[in-house]
Design a protein around this ligand. Sequence first.
Ligand SMILES: C[S@@+](CC[C@H](N)C(=O)[O-])C[C@H]1O[C@@H](n2cnc3c(N)ncnc32)[C@H](O)[C@@H]1O
Ligand code: SF4
Length: 383
Amino acid sequence: MKQLGLYIHVPFCKQKCNYCDFYSCASSERVSSYINALITHIKAEAPLYRDCEIDSVFFGGGTPSLLEASDFERIAEALKDSFNFSNDCEFTIEANPGTISREKLITYKNSGVNRLSIGLQTTFDDKLRELGRIHTYGEFLESFNLARACGFDNISVDVMYSLPNQTVDELFQTLVTVCDLSPEHISSYCLKIEEKTVFGKIKDTLSLPSEDTEYEMYISMCTLLEKRGYKQYEISNFAKAGRESRHNLKYWQSEEYVGFGPSAHSYVNGKRYYYSPNLSSYINSVEQSKTVEKIYEDGENEHNLDEISQTDEYVMLKLRLSKGISEDEFFARFGKHLLEKYPKITAYLDSGYMKKSNGSYSFTPKGFFVSNYILTEILNFDN
Ligand SMILES: C[S@@+](CC[C@H](N)C(=O)[O-])C[C@H]1O[C@@H](n2cnc3c(N)ncnc32)[C@H](O)[C@@H]1O
Ligand code: SF4
């Protein structure tokens, strides 16, 4: 049976953080219409995947933990009634401190959730305020401890670095504090200033760390996390042995997943599409029994990604992973040698930004730091 991931987008937040451009609204007005529409949509599409086994589910957002326990339960029930789940399905929900309660955690457990991803960002309360977060470090800690007390033994914590006025030492203190809590997984993202956010609008007034400081933060973060037992398996993701996120690995390994909700992306049968980031049009389409429009990423409806974009995309995604690209797997998949297709890789091997081990090509830590630039150099879009 073909294995498939499921992504459910929950487009609501208590308030928008100053840096975030994920699709979500800071209003709970349309929550119940959304849940009804989402469930109807899930039930209508699920028969397409009758021959698939769901081995990962990810509720992302927005803030899925903002949903009432009973609403979450309804969606989870609809999924279980509509799809075949594997016995060991990884089931993650993103949770924001300040929105988690014992009742919700117990409902998650009873509904099969076995992994929580909690957004912290930094342990410094002044920085949390500047970011527009709704919680303090103390409230994060309460949520984390409550989750442990309710039996969650697979927790990921989100951290961000290169924040305005942040020092290397502050990042270090945040990471040490997080490691002391011993979550199974840590995601640590470099702050990206997004145009349409509050930070995007005031970017000239933000005092952001220099590129050298950012580099020092990245390298010292990787070193510290490795020492504390978190193996880096992706540019921004670190896990204890066996605790890598199965669902997120699907994104980077070009494996298939189906998304539901406005802005959710899917990759099925070699086609990539997403639903428009528009809550009203999503709800309206379902309520009026229209098909929710799938927007295909190659710009043309129903066309497969062509051969060139498939190899480029494969390289781009796989190089995000520490294990990189196996030359044998590349050959088996595309019938071409990796270095013949992408000869510029050789220069980055020579300069220490990439390495080859056991037949696989991957970035070194300093290569990861400038991976966006290197990728644009090595991918040959004209061929
Ligand atoms: C969908 S949000 C997490 C879930 C939950 N809403 C929360 O904030 O706790 C996913 C994560 O992406 C990261 N993120 C969001 N916007 C970012 C940005 N502009 N730059 C870097 N990381 C960002 C944050 O670490 C955030 O926790
Ligand atoms: S970081 Fe999380 S809580 Fe903040 S706006 Fe984005 S999705 Fe919402």
